[in-house]
Design a protein around this ligand. Sequence first.
Ligand code: ADP
Length: 449
Amino acid sequence: MFKKVLIANRGEIACRIIRACRELDVKAVAIHSQVDRESMHVRLADQSVCVGEASASDSYLNIPSIIAAAEISGADAIHPGYGFLAENTYFAEVCEACGLKFIGPSRESIEQMGDKIAAIELMKKSGVPVVPGSGGPISADDPKIFAMAKKIGYPVIIKATAGGGGKGMRIVTSEQTLQNAIIIAQTEAKAAFGNADVYMEKYIEEPHHIEFQILGDKYGKTAYLPERDCSIQRRHQKLVEESPSPLISESLRKKMGKAARHAAAAVKYVTIGTVEFLVDKKGRFYFMEMNTRIQVEHPITEMVTGIDLVKEQIKLAVGEKLSVISEKVKVSGHAIECRINAEDPDKDFIASPGKIGKLYLPGGPGIRIDTHVYSGYTIPPYYDSLIAKIISFGADRGESIARMQRALREVEIENVKNTASLHVKIMDSEQFRKGGVSTDFLSKHIFGK
Ligand code: ADP
């Protein structure tokens, strides 16, 4: 086992990883920016190092500073969490070159899955179903795009090759708006990822976002865990996740799980990751992308399987053999996660940083809270707006929803606008309670009202 792990992240995920380290009897080193001195992850860690000024590029993305912090503190491994450097091949390479174990897959796996077009082509070759598409980058001034879109069939979606967080995406319903949409998506992609490449694929109407947690060891063994349904999204970004999905039958679960394992095996995947699929109205599924890191929504899988994914990830990075056997994993109950963001739902979700006054976060049976905030904590404006994850667990979906409903009503976050009230509306809505909603649920049933 590692002796000391440096966590190259902040916020709730840094706290989550520190907790896993503690349970494994591994020392945890926090890094922080100048404005994060008072952050919970710094308090929880055994040791902390300031790596730079407030802006992420000076601190949580500052590779030389982070590597120096690991060397000074005597860490033997680095956990990147999610976001920031988690899927940065250069960082993974530098870690390994400096003798620091990167707790994640190999640089090659990250690279193979980081370029979405290349990933889709690889999946096609491996027999995993993919969405019909351009198969390569497209440009607005290429006259062939019109025939291509016609062949794929409108509506189509333009997506960024380096995409993430739903940015750089445009749905196109007719050829009149095709060129413009490509240009806008390219501009957005360039601003968000520094890479303007975009591609085209069929827009699956009223789809469901279903993803599978996969695990792999360095001896070539892989496993999948039952699905997470992440169809409740705002602007292609997840807001609520649940497991298992009310939509997926046992036979479809097995088929999709097998495809997810194929995907993992195709890139010789080690540690944990997620294979994302879209499922259409007819129950057909298509590979969308693979995330080579721990996901925000991992706790719901932990709740229904009893497997601690972060500890599993660390053990697999050390080189331990995979102990999970998909066929033997017993799913019990049902779990839901609501992401509480410091955003104002009444003002188009504008970020709402600032100092939290009184804070009360719920508890009681079946409620887990993953957070880094506390009463008197100042949310800095520099990073993402996720301040807490409320996870409910119940014997069945009904109990899980009921627990989430009462937990959300207990939330009190003074002075900071947040998304708890939006989640109350979602949990109370008839369509959500019925189950199996598609990704247009929010625009149709919550904002459409
Ligand atoms: P990102 O990496 O930005 O999160 P994804 O490829 O994971 O992008 O897609 C995010 C969301 O965008 C999906 O969950 C889905 O709601 C929507 N989406 C992406 N591709 C398609 C498609 N071909 N058809 C319909 N919806 C799509």
